[in-house]
Design a protein around this ligand. Structure first.
Ligand code: ASP
Ligand code: MG
Length: 406
């Protein structure tokens, strides 16, 4: 029996009606002869609401307890969907992450899946049931519940698809697929029929919220065919798959942006071996992801550094850098919580000179100052003032002729 995994995001299961619509789609897949595994997110804004409830109690909830709380969101939606499918006359069973055999490490709120024991899921499928798995959650070695980071249901779905050797993993959401830019920002953005794993990974990492980056990483590694489509219509969606020659010829496939970035500047950092390692090890140990890092050339005994982080990590970063800065004798520390990152992505960049220059020129013509730059083979990112970020996205989108009327 061929298996399909379908994942439904929060808006797709937001209320009773939506849950019933999802039930129909799941049953339709079963009637086509597939073994159907459904992964659900929490309904609507449930996860945000649960976080708010925790924050009403304390500013710093223990992360283990936060995970206990957050896992209830997906448990609720999976049970409701199982009821809806059963009510429509098809057998279904909901499983928590634990019941579905999803084992993770112990990094609460950002756990990674270590293995999946598919025995239970397979036996329920063999019994003819549609299996609904609560997304975004697992269990660690101690038996404690963990969550996989925001958007983690995508990763649950892809990892299950890989473990079950599913024919494909369908990610159902409230947009028609992956766009050349966020359509709420760029009204002329186009839906892509396909995008390579590498490009999708960059788009996701750089702020295209449609897929969790971990999920794309996992799909690429396991070669899981992935399609992103809407649960509100029958449009074809965007296929995420292996790169082909055609895609290489598209220089830039999309513009991504992330408004929630902070920048930290360190002045007068002692320039000797071990100092940089000390700073970034301290941040890494706290699970803080550092993105761009710029180090100026040494002047006398010191240099200056700049790095960017997620805005949400700024309070903890401050705490760590204050301690490490004192220990290392760093002269001055500046925090800027008013920045954003704008990026272009495309596998064809590597063979086409001048792509970065075009981006910089576009920003210059708009009078937008670039605060930092980072590049890879398939992306160029610029840190810009947050107030100018959306304007930057639109200008760059049009300069690279990504607009639908271009
Ligand atoms: N409910 C979780 C979140 O809002 C996980 C997910 O939706 O994928 O981040
Ligand atoms: Mg999501």
């Amino acid at each position: 029996m061929e298996i399909v995994v379908q994942k439904y995001g929060g808006t797709s299961v937001a209320d009773a009606q939506r849950v019933q619509a999802v039930a129909k789609r799941a049953i339709a897949a079963k009637e086509q002869g597939y073994g159907v595994v459904i992964v659900v997110s929490a309904q609507g804004d449930t996860t945000d609401e649960l976080i708010q409830r925790a924050l009403q109690i304390t500013d710093e909830p223990p992360l283990r307890e936060l995970d206990m709380l957050l896992t209830t969101g997906e448990q609720m939606s999976s049970a409701l969907l199982a009821m809806a499918i059963n009510a429509a006359g098809t057998e279904a069973i909901s499983l928590t992450g634990v019941q579905a055999g999803i084992r993770t490490d112990s990094l609460h709120t950002k756990a990674k899946i270590k293995s999946i024991d598919t025995t239970r899921v397979k036996s329920e499928l063999a019994a003819g049931k549609i299996v609904i798995v609560a997304g975004f959650q697992g269990v660690d070695e101690q038996g404690d519940y963990t969550t996989l980071g925001r958007g983690g249901s995508d990763t649950t779905a892809v990892a299950l698809a890989a473990a079950l050797q599913a024919k494909m993993c369908e990610i159902y959401t409230d947009v028609d697929g992956v766009y050349t830019a966020d359509p709420r920002v760029v009204t002329s953005a186009r839906k892509l029929a396909e995008i390579s794993y590498g490009e999708m990974l960059e788009m996701a990492r750089l702020g295209a919220g449609v897929l969790q980056p971990r999920a794309v990483e996992c799909a690429a590694f396991e070669r899981v065919p992935l399609v992103v489509r809407s649960s509100f219509n029958n449009n074809s969606g965007t296929w995420v798959k292996e790169e082909n020659q055609l895609e290489r010829e598209r220089v830039v496939v999309g513009v991504a942006h992330d408004l929630d970035i902070a920048k930290v500047t360190l002045r007068g950092v002692p320039d000797r071996p071990g100092v940089v390692a000390r700073i970034f090890t301290a941040l890494a140990d706290a699970g803080i992801n550092v993105d761009m890092i710029v180090q100026t050339p040494q002047e006398r005994e010191t240099c200056d550094m700049l790095f960017s982080i997620d805005l949400a990590d700024l309070p903890r970063t401050r705490g760590i850098i204050t301690v490490v800065g004192e220990e290392l004798g760093i002269d001055g520390i500046l925090y800027d919580d008013q920045v954003a990152k704008v990026s272009i992505v495309g596998a064809g960049m590597v063979t086409n000179p001048g792509v970065a220059a075009t981006m910089f020129r576009t920003l210059a013509e708009a009078g937008i100052n670039i605060l930092a730059i980072s590049t890879s083979e398939i992306k160029v990112s610029c840190l810009v003032p947050r107030t100018r970020a959306l304007e930057a996205v639109r200008a760059i989108h049009s300069e690279f002729q990504l607009d639908s009327d271009a």
